[in-house]
Design a protein around this ligand. Structure first.
Ligand code: SAH
Length: 496
């Protein structure tokens, strides 16, 4: 179950050489030349979904190749211990290879694994979690079905129908090179070139419809797309969000100008074309940045939120708030988080990185009291509104950084039986982990969208006296390499 690292190799690090000389030497060390065609055995997948190939003891990363395959590939780039090659021919095919159902899979950067059978994706995601726990966290993982004191990593919880699951689309607007027409689509893999797209197979149909409609209206009204090179143009992105249970739709137009030209026409036409629309919002972003949203958000028409429901709890969601993109799997994930919290009705629970209070309200149904903390003030406003909306009175929310607010709560005498954390990709702030170790809740439930920072943080908590009992990967993002996990840790005492 524990595999050796792929990128290994026994080269000595040469520290004090000129960069060019080192690069030349690197190429001399490599067994291949650029443009050479080689036969490669694929032994794994990187976290980006590239095949990891071995040939003559050298590692080559090959987009599109799958574990177990033998391929011919053309070497494109050579470094000291590894290189990149382009797939030329499949010599031996994996039994897990499948025809990607989407026509633009190869060009689009959105999905990475459509060529990989879904059951194999789920198995790979579990193994990816195990590898991270072992390599980065230096944790002891129990083998599948093995009785041992290691961490139990469950099979990945998958979807019965892993398509059309996304409730949110953020789509860049651009100009067609030849026709000059306004287009909306995706950035070609690894570039900022926009390719027009009408249909995305992992997107809810409503969101695809919103994008098509916005494109049509933009063309009718002669709207100029934003141009990254010149910084000119009006429309940068369209964001569509659908409450999958309620059917409510929000349309957000992200503009490079404060005043949206022909705003009334926009509103009229969107309402004509999209009867389910409940909220039309403008966000202003005039900065030269890859970040989609700017700071100024205003409602052009309708409500400033849409509603959705998860397991019978209603949520108001505003344009800037984080809300999980796969609602069906979110319920699976949160149910496990609640189960791991082991609540009997009396516990004090802290939900750190709580967003609009989703996990908090799931917990509040079973706990004594829940304290939620989140850095985005609008999300905290949504969280408080959501508690009220559901008649939940035992949840309290505060805006601020978790690593600042929770230590202050501790000084004020607040204690916790359970702390739930659900941080962004970079993981928990070290100051928060330190506070958890001081507060010593009986259980910590760690929800993570990044197995490598999860493994790093579990190591810190283990060193501080916690024991990781079990981890369950939940597939929130089928056909992509993203992996979400829920983990249970229990206080083990520091008397070892
Ligand atoms: N638990 C929520 C949100 C998880 S996403 C849910 O499942 O919907 C992570 C959240 O952490 C985001 O809402 C982000 O705004 C917030 N965040 C990022 N850094 C933070 C920090 N230092 N302190 C508190 N919240 C933070």
């Amino acid at each position: 179950m524990r595999k050796g690292t792929n990128k290994g190799g026994s080269h000595n690090g040469r520290s004090n050489r000129g960069r060019n000389a080192a690069a030349e030497k690197e190429r001399a060390d490599a067994p291949f030349q650029k443009n050479e065609e080689v036969t490669v055995d694929i032994i794994g997948l990187t976290h980006d979904g590239e095949g990891v190939g071995r040939a003559n003891g050298f590692t080559l990363f090959i987009q599109g190749a799958l574990p177990g395959e033998r391929v011919r590939a053309k070497v494109m780039k050579v470094k000291k211990q590894y290189g990149y090659a382009r797939l030329v021919e499949l010599l031996e095919k994996s039994a897990d290879r499948q025809e990607p159902p989407c026509d633009i899979f190869k060009e689009c950067g959105g999905c990475q694994l459509q060529h990989f059978d879904y059951a194999a994706q789920l198995a790979w995601k579990r193994q990816h979690v195990v590898d991270n726990l072992v390599r980065i966290g230096k944790l002891n993982v129990a083998g599948e079905g093995e009785a041992s004191d290691g961490i139990v990593v469950h099979p990945t919880v998958g979807m019965d129908k892993p398509w059309r699951y996304r409730n949110k689309a953020s789509v860049p607007i651009g100009t067609h090179n030849a026709s000059g027409e306004l287009i909306a689509g995706f950035y070609a893999r690894g570039t900022h070139r926009i390719i027009d797209m009408d249909d995305c197979l992992i997107e809810h149909e409503h969101n695809d419809e919103v994008v098509r409609v916005v494109k049509r209206i933009g063309r009718e009204l002669g709207v100029t797309p934003y141009d990254e090179e010149t910084g000119c143009g009006v429309l940068r992105h369209v964001m569509a969000r659908t409450g999958v249970v309620t059917g409510e739709i929000m349309v957000v137009l992200i503009t490079n100008v404060k005043k949206l030209p022909s705003a009334d026409r926009w509103i009229e036409r969107i309402r004509e074309e999209l009867p389910g629309v409940k909220s039309i919002v403008q966000n202003v972003n005039t900065r030269e940045t890859n970040v989609i949203f700017g700071d100024e958000t205003r409602t052009l028409w309708g409500s400033d939120v849409i509603y959705d429901e998860l397991d019978g709890i209603r949520f108001a969601i505003s344009a800037r708030s984080f809300y999980q993109v796969n609602p069906m799997q979110t319920v699976e994930l949160y149910r496990r988080a609640v189960e791991y919290a082991g609540l009997t009705g009396n516990e004090d629970v802290i939900d750190a990185y709580c967003g609009i209070g989703t996990i908090s309200l799931f917990l509040a149904r079973k706990a004594g009291r829940v304290y939620g903390v989140e850095i985005v003030p609008e999300a905290i406003e949504d969280a408080a509104r959501n508690a009220k909306l559901n008649g939940i009175e035992n949840a309290i929310f505060e805006a601020g950084p978790a690593e600042v607010v929770i230590p202050r709560w501790r000084e004020e005498g607040i204690t916790a039986d359970v702390i739930v954390v659900d941080p962004p990709r970079k993981g928990c702030d070290p100051a928060l982990l330190e506070t958890i170790l001081k507060m010593q809740p009986e259980r910590v439930v760690y929800v993570s969208c990044n197995p490598s920072t999860l493994a790093r943080d579990l190591r810190v908590l283990e060193d501080g006296g916690y024991r990781t009992v079990e981890v369950v990967p939940v597939d929130m993002f089928p056909h992509t390499t993203h992996v979400e996990c829920c983990s249970l840790l229990v206080w083990n005492g520091n008397n070892e």
